[in-house]
Design a protein around this ligand. Structure first.
Ligand code: SF4
Length: 359
């Protein structure tokens, strides 16, 4: 697919959109949410994919996108669903506030806007869960509005084109300015997608295929042989380690206790194996004080590790047996073991279940 040499562009001024669009017309990626050439994009699909793609790879999103579309083919269908069902279908994608905002946004568009997404950046910014990036991306891709769309791929391309020494994230405003200057009035939606595709398939983090790049004649980093060193990044602060405990309790008929997390906060509204708070000074010797029920708790060998954006987590897992008559405490309920996979369990909870099953 990417085996031809890019057309040579003879402008001395800088990278022109035209060269990139010529390349895009030949090499664009086929993505499940993307309209085919000549097809009108569906704003619902574009919006859904952009929300899913935040902090998540194209490969991971693909099956989720297809499943969501099969179940909720329109924004009105999604608006009529329960938030709980959306959270269940979202489980595993991470950053769960996105799923709750997805539902809130679908309801807003369906109930207040007659099922039509606004077609401007400003209009889109008014919707729940839509920030500056998503508004620009949806406006450009779904409505062909001229907007500077900058994702991680585009940041890489631009910092290399300009050999930009300012590290990320400080370089973001300058990158947005550059992209704005590059974005054409004609076909801005295709331009935005072309920049993303260029970053994803040619201007890759390691070993970019500069020989195939339509911007080769204009790339400062390539000229200096430093392309792989961009973008510059400010050193990351080490993430703190928090600790906690999770409590696995099963009835003789095989039902297990789960709990709904509070709606606000980390993993809000998701289902959990009842857990303690997670803190840096967690007192492991008194972990069972956090158990949802009094029982003969035993600590299972091993520990579950999980990385969140701002901290690392290590969870010890305790197991116990309940009686058939044991009542579920407030916010908790019993779930059949076989039904656990269909619950809105975030990845860290799935890891806890896997540790229990491995013991
Ligand atoms: S020439 Fe190479 S480094 Fe420069 S934009 Fe193209 S692929 Fe990226």
């Amino acid at each position: 697919m990417l085996n031809s040499v890019a057309p040579e562009v003879k402008s001395p001024e800088g990278p022109h959109a035209e060269a990139l669009l010529v390349w895009y017309d030949r090499h664009r990626r086929r993505l499940p949410w993307r309209a085919l050439p000549g097809e009108k994009p569906d704003p619902y699909r574009v919006w859904l994919s952009e929300i899913m793609l935040q902090q998540t790879t194209v490969k991971t999103v693909g099956p989720y996108f297809q499943a969501f579309l099969a179940r909720w083919p329109t924004v009105d269908a999604m608006a009529e669903s329960d938030e709980e069902d959306i959270l269940k279908a979202w489980a595993g994608l991470g950053y769960y506030s996105r799923a709750r905002n997805l539902h809130a946004c679908a309801r807003f568009v369906s109930e207040r806007l007659g099922g039509r997404f606004p077609d401007t950046v400003e209009g889109l910014r008014q919707l729940p869960g839509i920030g500056a990036y998503t508004a620009a991306a949806v406006a450009a891709i779904a409505f062909d509005r001229r907007a500077a769309v900058v994702d991680g791929n585009v940041e890489r391309v631009v910092t290399r084109l300009e050999a930009l020494e300012t590290p990320l994230p400080q370089a973001k405003p300058r990158i947005a300015e550059i992209v704005d200057g590059m974005t054409p009035a004609d076909r801005p939606g295709d331009f935005a997608q072309a920049m993303m595709d260029l970053g994803a398939t040619i201007c890759t983090p390691k070993r970019p295929a500069c020989g195939l790049c339509p911007y080769l004649p204009f790339c400062r980093a390539r000229r200096e042989g430093t392309q792989e060193t961009f973008p510059r990044k400010a050193p990351k602060a080490k993430r703190p380690l928090r600790r906690g405990a999770a409590f696995w309790i099963v009835r003789p008929d095989g039902w297990v206790l789960v709990r709904k997390r509070p709606d606000k906060g980390l993993l809000g509204g998701m289902t959990e194996i009842p857990s303690s708070v997670w803190s840096e000074d967690f007192d492991s010797s008194a972990a069972v004080n956090h158990a949802p029920l009094k029982a003969k708790w035993r600590k299972l060998p091993g520990e579950v590790g999980h990385g969140f954006t701002h901290f690392e987590l290590a969870v010890s897992v305790y197991a116990a047996d309940a009686l058939l008559s044991t009542k579920a405490p407030p916010d908790c309920r019993w779930v059949r073991l076989d039904d656990l996979d269909g619950e809105a369990l975030p990845t860290v909870m799935r890891k806890i279940v896997a540790l229990v099953r491995g013991n």
